[in-house]
Design a protein around this ligand. Structure first.
Ligand SMILES: Cc1cc2nc3c(=O)[nH]c(=O)nc-3n(C[C@H](O)[C@H](O)[C@H](O)COP(=O)(O)OP(=O)(O)OC[C@H]3O[C@@H](n4cnc5c(N)ncnc54)[C@H](O)[C@@H]3O)c2cc1C
Length: 418
């Protein structure tokens, strides 16, 4: 089913323009060849010819994306991106995500895209030349290495990996896991506790991000961790054993690591959630399409009240998620500090709503719902994972409650209604 949209009255022209152009591209260039583009999802054996065809097709689609002016919505124009504001980017993601995996064909691939954004903001000119530009043109890959097996990822201040100053270098020791893209990456951005009492403006033990090329002696990729029943994945366990890198590889100032991480994750959450909304649309379309055509017990599914309930509940989940996410994007564009609360609210709400919608779509499709013939099974696992990645639900709920309580204590009880 193609994406069926028209301009939204009251939206700025540039946002409608991006929506319509993206939808036209997805309808014409992606959906008709989705099986060939994402051949790895097929449940049966894949031949070398199929893989070669998929690779060639992906490259030709990327060329067309660039020609259509839809490449890298997350990057400023000076780095070859679209230079979109948050609102336009969020709306674009809603449409991109309709074709599961299509974002990669538009130059948006986590964790590279998040790393590009922090390199743009915090990188020195030399770091941009060495790491950012190759990351943008695709000649390098990267990972973001923060979470540790022995410490709570939901409390980043508990991180134990250390970077100790030694002459012009830092020597890094630590143990990380779930470093995504770890098997492909040419460098990691590693969150460390820096031991450098002489560093200007910093405390000893300050959290900092350091760029570590993966071929540096001492970087040990222990394994790609199997998830959801798979034997392996590119989410890697990594040990840093006396890894020596130049002090120039510190990203931003020593001690600025948390600030940069929040920059990276805050924006990322809005975009991830708008991706979820796009995928919810796909699941919703599939559910309704099946209800309109599938006959059971002498009638169409659409006439059964159980199924009508699924459709009504999913409609509400979808629209609520969409409004919450768009509101956060608008607040960020306005520079409204209360956006922090909204980001946490959507980070809890949207993955759970996404999970419910996909679950109902699977139920409506019966056995086909869990097959590899449809994107629903992959969406289901992705939705569940999102309730952990980028901060688990509970941590975000704590932040929402704290901000609401502070607001009431200041006598600004209705502040959030603005
Ligand atoms: C597929 C995937 C990809 C990932 N990619 C990356 C990556 O590229 N780089 C990276 O660094 N990390 C990555 N992560 C890790 C992710 O960011 C962490 O899993 C997440 O931050 C949670 O940390 P944790 O797993 O250590 O859970 P913990 O911190 O041990 O928390 C466990 C549970 O405790 C509960 N909890 C936590 N705090 C509280 C509280 N205050 N009150 C009540 N309950 C609480 C929550 O339910 C939470 O789920 C990835 C994770 C997944 C699943």
């Amino acid at each position: 089913m193609p994406i069926n949209i028209s301009p939204i009255p009251d939206l700025p022209d540039h946002v409608n323009d991006v929506r319509l152009r993206t939808a036209a591209f997805i309808n014409q260039e992606i959906l008709p060849v989705e099986d060939r583009l994402f051949v790895g999802r097929r449940g049966h054996s894949i031949t070398d010819e199929m893989l070669a065809d998929s690779k060639a097709l992906r490259e030709s689609v990327k060329v067309k994306v660039k020609a259509a002016g839809l490449w890298a919505p997350h990057l400023p124009q000076e780095y070859g991106g679209m230079g979109l504001d948050f609102l336009a980017h969020a709306y674009m993601n809603e449409i991109l995500a309709y074709a599961l995996g299509a974002a990669s064909l538009f130059g948006v691939v986590a964790p590279n895209s998040g790393n590009q954004k922090i390199l743009v903001k915090y990188g020195t000119e030399d770091q941009k030349q060495r790491w950012l530009l190759p990351l943008i043109d695709g000649t390098m890959q990267s990972g973001y290495s923060m979470t540790e097996p022995d410490n709570a990822g939901s409390d980043p201040r508990s991180i134990k990996t250390t970077a100790v100053r030694d002459g012009d270098d830092y020597v890094i020791n630590g143990h990380k896991w779930f470093t995504s893209n770890g098997l492909e990456a040419d460098f990691f951005i590693v969150m460390c506790r820096v031991e450098d009492p002489t560093a200007e403006g910093s405390r000893s033990g300050s959290m900092s991000q350091i760029i570590v090329p993966t071929d540096t002696p001492g970087v040990e990729i222990v394994r790609g961790i199997g998830i959801w029943g798979s034997r392996s994945s590119d989410h890697c366990e990594v040990k840093y054993n006396n890894v020596r890198v130049p002090a120039d590889n510190v990203l931003g100032r020593v001690g600025q690591g948390h600030e940069a991480a929040q920059d990276r994750l805050g924006a990322g959450r809005v975009f991830h959630c708008m991706n979820s909304v796009g995928q919810m649309w796909r699941a919703f379309d599939l559910m309704v399409e099946r209800a309109l055509t599938r006959e059971v017990h002498g009638g169409l599914l659409k006439d059964k009240q159980f199924i009508q309930g699924f459709i009504a509940d999913s409609y509400m989940d979808l629209q609520t998620s969409r409004l919450l996410t768009i509101r956060a994007a608008e607040m960020i564009d306005r520079g409204d500090p209360r956006a922090r609360t909204e980001i946490s609210a959507l980070k809890v709400y949207v993955p759970a709503a996404f999970h419910r919608v996909v679950d109902r779509a699977i139920q409506v499709w019966g056995a086909a719902g869990v097959s590899n013939d449809l994107p629903l099974a992959a969406m289901y696992l992705g939705a569940r994972t999102l309730r952990l990645a980028d901060g688990p639900d509970e941590v975000h709920k704590i932040l929402i409650a704290k901000n609401v309580l502070h607001s009431y204590e200041r006598g600004e009880s209705w502040d959030f209604a603005r």
